[in-house]
Design a protein around this ligand. Structure first.
Ligand code: PNW
Length: 493
């Protein structure tokens, strides 16, 4: 880092240290929730007619890629213990529960010709248990667990899956929509596409850098738009709910106050959030992506850009397909301009062309990528407001990992307090945040991290056949926040 960069970072550090917890009440109608996802908690991977999905296949075929060779075969056993899960939500007092549907549990082949009734019953029971306890379901239709038969046909690199997703979405609205007010089509598609089809580190493990992730994304955006239009045309008037997509992003802080670093930070945001969001909340892919990827593609010897193009008709079909904005936020990075990587192999990171890193003195946790940067929350929320014309925002995930060594998770308590404080301050800045979701309700299968990275408010004992759930200290804190809508002992009216 340059001296200028160092001074700049010190200034950030000082401004963080001086931050005090915001002592304003959250509005009365502000929604607090907690989240999980099907593959991470349900278990029962081959029970009652459920089909195989790409995470079943991936964890069974490449156990060495997952910490301790862990799998989601049993996970938290929520398939059998959903009533305990709802009791925990009730204890927290949350307004809503964000969970996801396992596509393979409902449609074992991925297609609508065979509906698996026990799977449908499971979700109907869960929704009923939530409603009986005054908790709204917020349902994600796709949290990374694609039915394996659809992967065998090319997965998200195939148009077939766009149509299959649209039909799965319609079925979900038909089956569950009378009792669901909030829907998300996709969770963090960037992780699925970049890691699953570009780098090959996540299921389905396809390594096609600089190509696969762009095709995957193109189809995910089309599939999202199809689902939104289906809801809009066939269900909105009777079901009255809201449909959106959840995209994750970190905040990118320019390394210095130079124009180049400011551009590098903005480019990072456009290549992460904007890659998905621009087509939906504004129109088409971000210009900077279209230009850079086309230029590099042609120089590499391709006849067209590796970034697929939407037709004008598609652009207007996709634009505006949201009823609120979903965003997952965990951490921040420093973004620094760098020299262009010489033309050679295609790669998303070369297309992006930014050096990004985290500072050593940023507080760390049990997940190496996640540094505690609450100030980034306020900045990213303001960026979203400015870039996408002040949409209504639900923060659909935010949280931190511990290593399971203690139930006194003071770091999580501080994390929630400081991040929520910045959410509240962003609201004072005029950002229209209407809801916040803690990730996660309970410790669960953390993808490549297996059961070693614990994001839960409730601890789960994975060595016990009962998967016993025990509250950590953060449960009492979050419960108080949900109840009082206040982060400190006494709030100002
Ligand atoms: C999200 N990263 O994943 C997912 O939506 C959850 O399923 C997951 O458990 C949670 O965040 C915690 O990790 C991410 O490396 C995984 O930047 C990795 C990253 C970000 C989000």
């Amino acid at each position: 880092m340059s001296l200028r960069g160092f001074i700049f970072c010190c200034l950030i550090a000082i401004s963080i240290a001086q931050d005090e917890t915001n002592n304003k009440f959250f509005p009365e109608d502000f929604l607090f929730g907690a989240a999980t996802a099907s593959y991470q908690v349900e278990g029962a991977w081959d029970e009652d007619g459920k089909g195989e999905n790409i995470w079943d296949r991936f964890t069974h075929s490449y156990p060495e890629l997952i910490a301790n060779n862990d799998t989601g075969d049993v996970a938290c056993d929520s398939y059998h213990k959903y009533k305990e899960d709802v009791a925990m939500l009730k204890e927290l007092g949350v307004d809503f529960y964000r969970f996801s549907l396992s596509w393979s549990r409902i449609l074992p082949t991925g297609f609508v010709n065979k509906v698996n009734l026990p799977g449908v019953t499971y979700y109907k029971n869960l929704i009923k248990e939530l409603k009986d306890n005054g908790i709204e379901p917020l349902i994600t239709m796709y949290h990374w667990d694609l039915p394996q038969p659809l992967q065998d046909l090319g997965g998200w690199t195939s148009e077939v899956v766009v149509e299959a997703f649209a039909e799965y979405a319609r079925l979900n609205f038909e089956l569950f929509g009378d009792n669901v007010k909030y829907w998300l089509t996709f969770n963090e598609p960037k992780q699925t596409c970049l890691l699953g089809y570009g780098q090959g580190m996540f299921a389905p493990g396809i390594a096609s850098p600089g190509i696969g992730e762009y095709i995957c994304t193109h189809h995910v955006i089309e599939a999202h738009a199809r689902a939104w239009h289906i809801y809009d045309q066939e269900f909105r008037t009777t079901q009255n709910g809201q449909v959106s997509i959840t995209i994750d992003t970190s905040w990118f802080e320019p390394a210095t106050d130079s124009e180049e670093d400011a551009a590098a930070a903005e480019r990072s945001l456009q290549f992460t959030y904007g890659w998905y969001a621009n087509a939906i909340y504004n129109s088409d892919y971000p210009e900077i992506m279209k230009t850079r990827i086309a230029e590099r593609s042609l120089a590499e010897g391709f006849n067209q850009s590796r970034l697929p193009a939407f037709t004008d008709e598609e652009i207007s079909y996709i634009s505006g397909t949201f009823d609120f904005m979903g965003v997952n936020i965990y951490t921040s990075f420093i973004a620094e301009a760098m020299d262009e990587v010489p033309i050679g192999e295609p790669n998303y990171n070369y297309d992006l062309g930014v050096k990004s890193y985290q500072l050593d003195d940023w507080e760390s946790c049990a997940a190496s990528w996640l540094k505690v940067t609450p100030w980034g929350m306020r900045k990213i929320l303001n960026w979203l407001k400015k870039t996408y014309n002040n949409p209504k925002i639900i923060i659909t995930e935010n949280g931190i990992a511990d290593d399971g060594s203690t139930l006194e998770d003071d770091q999580r308590v501080r994390y929630y307090r400081d991040y929520l404080s910045n959410v509240r301050s962003a609201m004072e800045d005029g950002v229209n945040v209407i809801g916040y979701t803690a990730w996660s309700l309970m410790d669960n299968f953390e993808w490549l991290g297996g059961y070693t990275q614990k994001f839960g408010l409730f601890q789960v004992d994975f060595d016990n056949i009962n998967r016993t759930r025990t509250p950590k200290s953060s449960v009492a804190y979050y419960k108080k926040v949900v109840e009082t809508h206040c982060l400190v002992d006494t709030c100002e009216a």
